[in-house]
Design a protein around this ligand. Sequence first.
Ligand SMILES: Cc1cc2nc3c(=O)[nH]c(=O)nc-3n(C[C@H](O)[C@H](O)[C@H](O)COP(=O)(O)OP(=O)(O)OC[C@H]3O[C@@H](n4cnc5c(N)ncnc54)[C@H](O)[C@@H]3O)c2cc1C
Length: 543
Amino acid sequence: MEALVIGSGIAGMACALRLAKQGIHVVLASPYPSERSQSVMAAGGINAMVSGNEEGDSVESHIQDTLKGGSGLGGEEAVRGMCEHGGEIIRYLESIGTVFSVDGANKPVRRAFGGQSHKRTYYCGSATGKQIVSALAMECRRFEAFGMITRRLRCSFHSALIRDGAAYGALLYDEASARLEACYADFLVMATGGQNALFGKTTGSSLCDGYAAGRLFMQGAVLKNLEFIQYHPTTLETAQKKMLISEAVRGEGGRLFYVENGERVYFMEEKYGKRGNLMTRDVISREIYATGKDVYLDISFLDGQTIDERLPEVRDICIKYRGIDIKKEPIPVSPSVHFFMGGLAVHLNHETSLRNLFAVGECASIYHGANRLGGNSLLSAIYSGFVAADEIAGRAPARKYPDFTAFMEDERRLLKKSSASKSTFPVFYIRDMLSMTMAEHLGIVRDEKGLEEGLTDIGYYLSIAEKIRYDRSVPAYSNFSLKPILCIAGATLASARERRESRGAHFRSDYPETLERYGYATLVSYQDGKFQIRPDQEHAYES
Ligand SMILES: Cc1cc2nc3c(=O)[nH]c(=O)nc-3n(C[C@H](O)[C@H](O)[C@H](O)COP(=O)(O)OP(=O)(O)OC[C@H]3O[C@@H](n4cnc5c(N)ncnc54)[C@H](O)[C@@H]3O)c2cc1C
């Protein structure tokens, strides 16, 4: 039996390892020359209730916090499964070499994150993602040595091999040979992360561009909850991206302010009292947006040793990227796109609407509902990888692969046309325009008019993309990814327009209330070039 896993972030590697352990050969494809991914950026930690470390906490409390954070749209059964397995996942990570931070008595330490009723975030200094990724990568190498995992580096997902509603592997674009190759598999697992690059500069990786989910959407997969996009309130602008300024700064007493008539205005404290700076990410992001001013985060009043001990990564980022010494001066901050609650719709077993096609990690939508709690995504990435692998291990392999020669030849012809084309169609120009459209109309605060305008823009970009499809001055990937990226962007705008209420990370200035009649997840499918939106009654909110 053979599985093809696309994406070697935490979710992809966790899934590949669990499959390999159960005797299933895995091909693990990644566009990088190594296991690099957005997962390495995770700093804050991973949530879990580990028995023996309760200190008043419980699995039930983790479940309730997660469901509440998701405004009732996270699937309850799924959330329950994830939280119940938190302890087992921490133990697993330790067993493969992840070193979590401990106190003087050698007991694991935990930190608090917004929306949690207890301290349950395990961390590895300020490098949780790096620690977990390197432990998983070493383990993958071990299974590679046994012949159970084959890595395909510099290979991007191009399209799925789909016949009669079932997947039989994928076409991979091999950057080295500039060729499309068919990779047949009994099961295809997508672990391609979020849609960051639709928005230009974000806290995440520009390789997480939504292409894979967009292409699958065009091939018949259903997407879910796309309108729920988490903005992180405190990020630092740099040339390439918005660097995350961890919630830990506010946890240590950091104060947000703007300047008016030469005086500091601590707007969060004025409105919400002493805990104002620790309100949830969506609330702070909206308040910063509402000031219309340059906002700063000050921690310089803390003594230097405490900053060195507890906030070393923030100190480094500010010095390295902007020459700001946080011991002496405030940090200029602004909200930025950070995490995608929406993605490929999956059942409890992580199978998508297409048979034998699974989605895990941030590219799947199931646990986080309308908003995600910090620290829950690393947990969901690993847990979802395990769930999909266990489901696959219990299934029978495809007896015979259908013939995809015609499909492959068509796609190869289009690619060839790309390299022979004389057109200088500006793909990157459209991508830049797309980022502007998304930032303008799918920001922290949305309204009907803006969303309509955004959809009109996408329609226009799509019409150009249809006419002149190729730009020789950019890599082939940038050409073939354009239309699916525009489609997922359009589906996101359409989903946000249809939700005429405010809930979690989705805030509509024209519909500011949360309405019971919208207590369901949004499903969107692609039919004849149109986005069909419908409610997911399975995950309807029971109030
Ligand atoms: C700055 C930052 C800090 C964060 N901190 C935390 C934290 O402290 N705690 C927490 O729980 N979460 C945190 N998160 C969120 C968390 O890191 C992610 O949700 C999680 O790592 C996602 O893992 P993943 O494996 O699903 O995807 P990723 O790690 O994003 O991996 C996706 C993989 O898919 C590959 N890929 C994409 N497109 C294609 C394609 N077309 N073909 C082939 N491969 C493709 C990418 O190259 C990558 O290898 C943070 C996120 C950011 C950006």
